[in-house]
Design a binder for this molecule. Structure first.
Ligand code: SER
Length: 467
């Protein structure tokens, strides 16, 4: 099944169920200096969760393009496995004080099983176990709704409770269909777990759906397997957040009007539907991968991590271009710079003879291929007429990086590996403009993993001295 069909089916399913479709907001938030990027579907809708009336009503659906590049390098360094990407589409449906758990859980379950035809035996569920420290009860209501739904389809509904993640990793779910996890996994607010939420913040329990690929558990990730285990047997494909509490005077009170915030990764759903656990094998990445195979002269299957990072980072770079971001030394522009430099250095380290600027400038047209037939009503700012300019921006950025690279490389090559640490890499940055993300890749290849924490500590030290 193609991504274009999955997206259409999702939007149409919720439209049939009384939702109004709204276009995706841009990846760069408007009038919100507190965050660089839109990283979840609910973010542009925040004010409606806080009580403002949405002009399109109380049931909304869309596919939001999201970009996650939190921390200095955290999210970027996660890219390279089969499922993490910095850019993704989050399919979302929302109820602003309209329907709640007993409608939302069947909506998503029916969408997966009836609309997309996923075998319900392959779905596993997580719900909220409660938070005694904050007197928030277990989400029994969600558990009961799931039990009824699954039992109707002839599926056994054992429930297992995990007080903490250590217990989950040690005991595993032993085949239980519904797993109850603590706040760390099954609570959602903009600020994390209940104890971290500031006064007046809203949040609530959530219930996630996981697809079981049926692989053997990999004990590197824990003694036993369970849906939130990272070994790859289970993949999370959707999260229904029940925004039902507000924090007041340190206590959690029920909101007068309860909301639903559902978010599901389109890339992951398409992967599941195509029987692969690798989002880079879906049509949301394949045109880029194919183009890279031709340009690099090697195959994806032998060089997965290399292809994944470049495909992801160049897709993000191209989208940032579509949304008017240009490389610079701060904010969104700096993130774009990091995406381009990380892609460039990966190519350089793979083959020093290749002209990486020339490779990178050819990727935006492959990104365009992926989106050219998407219904314009979804609101992605993907425009053919912008491609030449975006390619040029990427090419020029890569060219100026070449100069930085050749200056810094001399120092890097003669470095005594036993002395390479956060400070060394910071000095390289300070004196030669050699960026952390580049040193990181080069030294990793030579067996030294630089800690971004140590680098940032040096950075901070230097800033204080300058002050
Ligand atoms: N806000 C929730 C998330 O990001 C669901 O949309 O997972």
């Amino acid at each position: 099944m193609k991504s274009i069909d999955v997206r259409d089916k999702y939007i149409q399913f919720f439209e049939r169920n009384g939702h109004t479709h709204i276009p995706s907001a841009g990846v760069v938030p408007e009038n919100d200096p507190t965050t660089l990027f839109i990283s979840s579907g609910m973010q542009p809708l925040l004010k409606y969760f806080l009580g403002e009336v949405h002009p399109s009503g109380t049931r909304i659906v869309n596919s939001q393009v999201c970009l996650r590049a939190h921390g200095f390098m955290d999210d970027l360094l996660e890219v390279g496995d089969n499922r993490h990407t910095s850019l993704f589409e989050m399919l979302g449906n929302w109820s602003f004080g309209d329907y709640f758990k007993k409608e939302q859980i069947p909506f998503f379950y029916n969408f997966l099983t009836k609309e997309l035809g996923i075998d319900p035996h392959k779905l596993y569920i997580s719900c909220f176990i409660g938070d005694s420290e904050n007197s928030i009860p277990k989400d029994n209501e969600a558990v009961e709704i799931w039990k009824n739904l699954l039992t109707e389809d002839g599926i056994d509904c054992e429930v297992v409770e995990f007080e903490n993640m250590e217990q989950a990793d040690k005991e595993g779910n032993k085949g239980a269909r519904i797993c109850l996890y603590p706040s760390k996994k099954n609570w959602w607010s903009r600020n994390g777990v209940p104890s971290d939420m500031p006064e007046g913040d809203i949040g609530g329990p959530d219930t996630e759906v996981f697809f079981d690929f049926g692989f053997e558990h990999n004990t590197q990730y824990g003694e036993k397997c369970h849906p939130n285990c990272d070994c790859g047997k289970y993949l999370e494909i959707g999260n229904s957040v029940f925004t039902q509490y507000i924090k007041k005077n340190g206590k959690f009170e029920e909101l007068p009007s309860k909301n639903v915030d559902f978010g599901g990764g389109l890339e992951r759903m398409v992967a599941v539907l195509n029987n692969t656990d690798d989002v880079f094998e879906t049509d949301l990445h394949q045109p880029i991968i194919k183009r890279l195979e031709a340009l690099l002269g090697i195959s994806y299957s032998d060089n997965k991590s290399l292809f994944r990072v470049i495909s992801d980072h160049m897709k993000s770079s191209t989208f940032l271009g579509f949304y008017g971001v240009i490389p610079s030394n701060k904010q969104q522009g700096y993130v774009l710079r990091k995406f381009i430099r990380r892609s460039a250095i990966k190519i350089y380290l793979f083959n020093k003879e290749l002209d990486f600027s020339n490779v990178l400038k050819q990727i935006p047209t492959a990104v365009y291929e992926i989106y050219k037939d998407v219904n314009p009503k979804y609101g992605f700012n993907v425009k053919e007429e912008m491609l030449t300019q975006i390619s040029e921006i990427i090419f020029n950025e890569a060219e100026s990086f070449k100069k930085i690279l050749s200056n810094g490389l001399k120092q890097v090559e003669k470095a005594d590996l036993s002395k390479v640490d956060g400070k060394f890499v910071f000095d390289l940055y300070q004196n030669q403009g050699f960026p952390f993300e580049v040193s990181y890749e080069i030294f990793k290849l030579r067996g030294v993993e630089i800690s971004q924490k140590d680098f940032l500590a040096e950075f901070e030290k230097h800033r204080n001295i300058s002050k």
